[in-house]
Design a protein around this ligand. Structure first.
Ligand SMILES: Cc1cc2nc3c(=O)[nH]c(=O)nc-3n(C[C@H](O)[C@H](O)[C@H](O)COP(=O)(O)OP(=O)(O)OC[C@H]3O[C@@H](n4cnc5c(N)ncnc54)[C@H](O)[C@@H]3O)c2cc1C
Ligand SMILES: Cc1cc2nc3c(=O)[nH]c(=O)nc-3n(C[C@H](O)[C@H](O)[C@H](O)COP(=O)(O)O)c2cc1C
Length: 600
């Protein structure tokens, strides 16, 4: 393609600003998207040369639709990419941009904007949108009287603050003078059920606002290249179990498994940092409990969504049984006529709702609020089952057609009964003869540095260590010469030091340069990784000043926040920065992709 352009026009290179803007945009895109951009640019260049539909210079901002996304685990990115492709296919000029590639100064000039953004953590933006969301919600945001916008929030109604970031942006744009094109969309875990119709509506509104004429057929190159992966979220691969073993002592108080699956015959490919999606089957014992508590017959056929299955199959494979959500609380309150339960959903009862969501599974609610449910009502009320993600704990360069996971099994006693997590107990209990439905979830922002001479600092307590096993394997296989430093922590050295033998071997063979450990229940005083970070602050700061990349994986509720606070302290103590400067420095590292988090 380059050669053709070169002979016809002479190869023009981009000046520094444009090149960095392009690099920012391309950073984090996968091969399919990069090819799509290449094909799109080529088609555009050809048309410009022929004096075709589009003028050779970029369209004015006011004539085009900007589709902006912020995404942690890829869903918002997928929806935004589809929406941009549809918009383009109907003749609109579109710019698709990840939030951290969006220049904040462009916002004041923006006239037609669609935002697709998920909510993470405790009602926080995804990492790639942190800077932009802060800017939009902050004092420096410009007035936006010329802006027409639509926001689609992605979320999970089992979290207390459902789609919080989508909501905040939608309200803030209005406050700044913008005009809503489509009403705020709020997509729950079955994302496409809302995102599909919402995208159609938002697109139609944008087309009208932009004064687009009837849809025009576009050249084939403007369609996104379909994913070449043979197996996807919707078409998972049935991976056989090669190994499944506990990697904690019997008396550790919980079960953490190392699981090896075969991808042979799937042509699935993954990079260190990616996650494996697993479609769970609910535990048979839990399904039995449901049938008994609700006094329903598992063999009874139930027709829903054009499918007829026995109720037991709906409950074991098709419906979410283990996570409480707001719509389910509302339905149970309604069916049982319990006004006290209904009150929990009032906006002034946020903390009671948060406690309920954290403390109970649906089975607890059924037990406490009995009501007569028909099998059909039950199936149509419950949310569809959704896959869970697990950080991949292996490098494909080291293990070939295999994929390894590190999974903590959720199995606990509460309200006098045993409770399970759907996916972790499914994986934990998977035997040799079993196959698990899996797919690869790319995680572009969580990648080893392209420059192999860069040092990496990995902070991964508990199962958060999983991707770092993949990182260290990869750096060993590729002979990367940058240094590798791991912070690991758990409860007790003798009981749950995950992959202890492997880390010790890695220290010996030089594929791990430093290992700092923190066990919280070994001594009188609790020690966590953040304490080790502070203790090693001088050296850690020096590594970062030398260009090291920093990664954090594991618990989002407490650990990631505490580690962030420890990193601020390190920059204050050893870098002479003020707290404000230290926070900005870390934000800049996040923006540059030198500080990446994969927390859950
Ligand atoms: C990007 C990403 C990477 C991840 N990587 C890993 C990984 O490498 N390893 C790993 O183990 N997990 C990982 N997870 C978490 C994983 O996806 C699941 O969320 C986890 O295994 C629980 O899923 P489950 O289906 O077993 O439980 P679910 O069926 O989803 O939930 C069970 C319910 O029980 C509640 N609950 C859970 N534990 C307790 C408890 N102790 N006490 C009271 N209530 C409880 C929960 O609130 C929930 O309502 C990752 C998540 C993400 C998003
Ligand atoms: C660690 C974590 C925290 C989350 N917190 C929230 C939340 O507070 N509110 C919400 O509505 N959704 C929450 N979600 C759900 C995500 O927003 C939802 O899964 C979304 O589809 C992810 O989109 P993305 O892949 O583009 O990031 C959370 C998900 C994870 C993994």
């Amino acid at each position: 393609m380059n050669a053709v352009v070169a002979t016809q026009t002479g190869l023009a290179s981009l000046d520094g600003d444009k090149l960095s803007a392009l690099e920012r945009l391309a950073d984090g895109l996968g091969p399919a998207e990069l090819y799509w951009i290449a094909a799109w640019s080529a088609a555009r260049a050809e048309r410009a040369q022929r004096g075709g539909v589009l003028p050779p210079t970029a369209k004015a901002v006011g004539d085009r639709l900007t589709v902006l996304y912020g995404s942690q685990t890829g869903q918002a990115k997928r929806i935004a990419t589809q929406l941009a492709a549809r918009a383009e296919a109907t003749g609109l000029s579109v710019r698709l941009v990840r939030a951290d590639g969006y220049a904040q100064r462009d916002l004041a000039k923006e006239t037609h904007l669609v935002v697709v953004i998920s909510t993470q953590g405790d009602a926080e933006p995804p990492d790639d949108a942190r800077g932009l969301v802060e800017f939009i919600l902050g004092k420096r945001a410009p007035k936006l009287p010329g802006l027409r916008y639509s926001v689609l929030g992605l979320g999970d109604s089992s979290y207390p603050q459902f789609c919080a970031i989508g909501r905040q942006l939608d309200e803030r744009f209005a406050e700044l003078g913008g005009t809503r094109l489509a009403p705020l969309g709020e997509a729950d875990v079955d994302v496409d059920a809302v995102a599909g119709p919402w995208s159609e509506r938002a697109l139609e509104q944008a087309r009208q606002a932009l004064g687009a004429s009837t849809p025009v057929a576009r050249v084939a190159t403007l369609q996104p290249v379909p994913s070449r992966a043979s197996h996807t979220r919707e078409r998972p691969f049935a991976a056989s179990v090669l190994d499944n073993q506990a990697i904690v002592a019997r008396d550790a108080g919980r079960d953490i498994r190392h699981v090896e699956l075969s991808l042979e015959g799937s042509s699935l490919h993954y990079e260190p940092g990616d996650a494996l999606g697993v479609w769970p089957e609910n535990p048979a014992a839990l399904v039995d409990q449901w049938l008994s508590v609700l006094k329903l017959d598992g063999e009874q056929p139930v027709r829903h969504d054009g499918k007829e299955l026995p109720l037991r199959r709906w409950l074991s494979h098709e419906r979410e049984l283990t996570r409480l959500s707001r719509p389910l609380i509302a339905a149970v309150a309604d069916a049982s006529g319990d006004s006290e339960l209904a009150n929990v959903l009032r906006s002034d009862q946020a903390s009671r709702l948060a406690t309920l969501l954290a403390d109970q599974q649906p089975i607890d609610l059924w037990r406490q609020h009995p009501a007569a449910w028909s099998a059909e009502e039950l199936v149509s009320t419950l949310r569809p089952q959704t896959p869970r993600l697990y950080s991949i704990a292996s490098s494909q360069k080291a293990v070939g057609d295999e994929v390894h996971l590190t999974g903590a099994v959720v199995d606990y006693l509460a309200h006098g009964e045993r409770h399970w997590g759907a996916a972790s107990s499914f994986i934990g209990g998977a035997g040799d003869d079993q196959r698990l439905p899996v797919f690869i979830e790319e995680n572009e922002p969580f990648r080893l540095p392209k420059d192999a001479s860069r040092d990496v600092i990995m902070i991964g307590p508990g199962t958060g260590v999983a991707p770092f096993r993949a990182f260290v394997q990869e750096r060993r296989e590729t002979g990367a010469d940058g240094r590798n430093w791991l912070f690991f922590g758990n409860r007790q050295f003798p009981r749950d030091f995950l992959y202890q033998i492997e880390w010790q071997a890695a220290l010996r063979d030089g594929s791990l340069d430093r290992l700092d450990l923190a066990f919280s229940r070994d001594g009188d005083a609790k020690v966590y990784v953040q304490q080790r970070i502070r203790e090693q602050g001088r050296e850690l700061y020096a590594w970062l000043q030398d260009g090291a990349h920093l990664y954090v994986c594991g618990d989002a509720n407490q650990m990631a926040k505490d580690v962030h606070a420890a990193l601020v302290d390190v920059a204050v103590t050893h870098g002479g920065q003020s707290h404000e400067q230290a926070r900005e420095w870390l934000s800049a590292l996040l923006q540059q992709g030198r500080y990446a988090r994969d927390v859950y």
